[in-house]
Design a protein. Sequence first.
Length: 114
Amino acid sequence: QAYSGTPPAEEKEKIVWVRFENADLNDTSRNMEFHEIHSTGNEPPLLLMIGYSDGMQVWSIPISGEAQELFSVRHGPVRAARILPAPQISAQKCDNFSEKRPLLGVCKSIGSSG
């Protein structure tokens, strides 16, 4: 077996953008799944959102630093994404999406399909 001295070319994903967020997703009092995952302390986890040339990921990073992937999609480039905050609701109105939160808003790149 011959050795060329250069490692084989690895396919690496291209990171297009990165964003850290503190959002309603981190509100463990409203999101029981997160309360169970991150019940080690009162500090809510930080969210890391990573946009790739072919999709995006959302990671939860608790105070312990042990990251956990929450969401991943690979259906073409994503220009931006945000966790949508819960609205401030008065006594006369209700949040029609309260049971569906957290909501993720995604803006796909121009020319992408799907």
